[in-house]
Design a protein around this ligand. Structure first.
Ligand code: FHN
Length: 477
C-alpha cells in the first residue's frame, strides 16, 4: 500500500513537471499546428471489419460495427479465430494519405488498438496484433507513419487504454445482449455480465485491470510513442474503470513525445488533456469556451466498416459542418472505416474528393482561422483572421440571398475591402444601423457554400456568446 502511495506521488510530480507547468506561450506553440489545421481524418480500422456488422447472418442491432464483439457477445476464442483471417492485402497507406491531403486534411488519427484489444502494430506486450496474429504479418502503423512522413501529414494514434475485450483484465462497458442479436441465451449472458462488470467470457477475467494496464496498456503506449517517429496526437477513448493511479502512469509516458497533443478521455474529469471531444455533434456557439475542441464524426452511421450502412451524409452537409465547426473555433475529425482488405469505402472516397474540390478554392476561410466574433448569422457562418492590424472576416454563405442583398447583422465597422473569395471580384457595400449591407450577384458562385471575404480596420469586438453552457464532450455524457 505504502509503495503504491509513493509511486502515485512520484508519478504526480513527474506529470506536474512535464506538463502542468507549461507556460501559456509554450502551450500555444505546441497547439499551433493543430489549431491551424482545422480538419483531420479519423480512421477506425481493425479485425471488426472482417465481420462488417454481421454475426452469423444477424445484423448487429445497435452501435458502430467496431462494437460487434461486445454487442453480439462473441466469445474470445471465436473473435480471435476471425481476427486470425484478417489479411488486408489491398492496404495502400500512401493512397490514404494522398486522399486525406486531397480533401484538405492536415492530420490523421488511426485506431492503433480499439476496444477489441487488437493491436494494429507489432507489439511485444500482446500477441494479439496484426504482425503476430494474422497472415498479413506486417505492422500497418509503420507503413502509415512512413507515408505520412513522406507527404508531410501529421499522424496521431487512437488507443483504447481501458476497454480491452481480448487481453485479460481489460475493462468492458456493459451492454445488454439484446443490442447484438436475438440470442436465445440472452438472459443467462445478461446475468453473467451484470455479475462480472460487463465481461461475458470467463477468459476475460483471468487478470485484474491493474495487471492489464501494467502488462498491456503501458508497454503498448510506450511502443507507440517510441517506434513511429513523431506522434502528433494520442487519442484516448472510453475511460471505463480507470483509476487516477493508472491514468497517471499512462500520462507520464507522454513525455516520450514532448510536443504531443492529447484529448480529454484518459480519465474523467480530472485528466482534461488538451482538447475536448464532442462526438457526432457540433457544439452550440454558447457551449464553446477557451478549451480547444474537436468534433469527431462518422460519414455514415458507423465508425468501423459495416456492409449494410448506407446512411451517408451528403457532401453539402460535411462541408457545411466544417464551416460551422471552424466558425466556433473547433476542428473536424471526420471518420472513414476501411474494409477487411484495407479499402476505404467508395462513398467515403467520393465525399473526401468533393470536399477537396471545395477546399481547393475556399480553404483560406478554414485554415488558421478563429471563431466568429459575430452572433448567429441566418444565412451561413463566419470565421476570422487578424492580418496587419486588420481583421479579415470570411462569410461562408449557405443560403444565397434571392434579392442580392446580404445583411451582416452586428457588423458596424467600415470595410477596407469586400470581395468574392473565388476570383476576387469586389462587391459594393454600405453600413447601416442593422449591420453591413453587401450587394451580391444574383447567382451564387458555389451551390454548397460561397465565401465572401471582408476586411475591416482593427479588431471586431466579439459579441459571440461562448462559454455560457458546459460543452458536452464524448458520447458518454
Ligand atoms: O466506443 C467508441 C466508439 O467505438 C468510437 O471509437 C468513438 C469515437 O469517438 N469513441 C467511443 C465512443 O465514445
Amino acid at each position: 500500500m505504502k509503495k503504491r502511495i509513493v509511486l502515485l506521488i512520484l508519478t504526480a510530480l513527474l506529470f506536474q513537471t512535464s506538463f502542468a507547468q507549461e507556460s501559456k506561450e509554450a502551450r500555444d506553440q505546441r497547439m499551433k499546428w493543430w489549431r491551424e489545421a482545422r480538419f483531420g481524418l479519423f480512421i477506425h480500422w481493425g479485425p471488426y471489419a472482417v465481420w462488417g456488422g454481421v454475426y452469423h447472418g444477424n445484423e448487429q442491432k445497435r452501435g458502430g460495427a467496431e462494437w460487434i464483439m461486445n454487442r453480439c457477445k462473441i466469445p474470445v476464442a471465436e473473435y480471435q479465430q476471425a481476427a486470425a483471417t484478417f489479411n488486408p492485402v489491398k492496404y495502400d497507406p500512401e493512397s490514404w494519405v494522398l486522399l486525406a491531403k486531397e480533401a484538405g486534411m492536415k492530420y490523421i488519427v488511426i485506431t492503433s488498438k480499439h476496444h477489441d484489444g487488437f493491436a494494429m502494430f507489432k507489439s511485444n506486450a500482446s500477441k494479439f496484433n496484426i504482425a503476430d496474429f494474422t497472415p498479413y504479418k506486417k505492422d500497418v502503423l509503420e507503413a502509415l507513419a512512413k507515408a505520412c512522413k513522406k507527404h508531410n501529414m501529421k499522424l496521431g494514434f487512437y488507443y483504447s487504454q481501458a476497454q480491452d475485450w481480448n487481453n485479460p483484465g481489460g475493462a468492458v462497458s456493459r451492454k445488454l445482449a439484446a443490442e447484438g442479436w436475438d440470442n436465445p441465451d440472452s438472459a443467462r449472458i445478461d446475468a453473467f455480465t451484470a455479475a462480472n462488470k460487463g465481461h461475458w467470457d470467463p477468459a476475460q477475467l483471468t487478470s485484474t485491470m491493474d495487471e492489464y494496464i501494467d502488462r498491456v496498456a503501458i508497454p503498448q503506449v510506450k511502443e507507440l510513442l517510441t517506434n513511429y517517429g513523431e506522434v502528433a496526437v494520442l487519442w484516448w477513448d472510453t475511460p471505463t474503470g480507470m483509476t487516477d493511479e493508472n491514468a497517471l502512469k499512462l500520462q507520464a509516458l507522454l513525455k516520450l513525445q514532448p510536443n504531443i497533443i492529447t484529448n480529454d478521455r484518459l480519465k474523467r474529469p480530472n485528466f482534461p488533456g488538451d482538447t475536448g471531444t464532442p462526438e457526432q455533434k457540433i457544439p452550440g456557439a454558447d457551449e464553446v469556451g477557451d478549451k480547444d475542441w474537436e468534433t469527431c464524426m462518422t460519414m455514415n452511421g458507423t465508425w468501423g466498416y459495416r456492409t449494410s450502412d448506407d446512411k451517408w451524409k451528403s457532401t453539402e452537409t460535411l462541408i457545411r459542418n466544417l464551416c460551422d465547426i471552424a466558425s466556433k473555433g473547433g476542428n473536424y475529425l471526420l471518420n472513414v472505416g476501411p474494409d477487411a482488405l484495407g479499402q476505404i469505402p467508395q462513398p467515403s472516397i467520393q465525399r473526401l474528393k468533393s470536399i477537396g474540390t471545395w477546399m481547393n478554392i475556399y480553404s483560406e476561410a478554414i485554415y488558421a482561422t478563429k471563431a466568429s466574433p459575430l452572433g448567429t448569422l441566418p444565412w451561413g457562418r463566419c470565421t476570422q483572421k487578424e492580418q496587419n492590424g486588420n481583421t479579415v472576416l470570411y462569410f461562408s454563405v449557405f443560403d444565397w440571398p434571392k434579392d442580392g442583398i446580404l445583411l451582416v447583422p452586428g457588423l458596424n465597422q467600415p470595410a477596407v475591402s469586400v470581395k468574392i473569395l473565388e476570383g476576387g471580384a469586389s462587391l459594393k457595400w454600405s453600413n447601416s444601423p442593422a449591420g453591413m449591407v453587401i450587394k451580391v450577384p444574383g447567382k451564387s458562385p458555389d451551390t454548397v457554400a460561397s465565401v465572401i471575404k471582408v476586411t475591416v480596420k482593427g479588431k471586431v469586438s466579439s459579441i459571440a456568446e461562448g462559454g455560457k453552457k458546459k460543452m458536452k464532450t464524448g458520447s458518454l455524457d
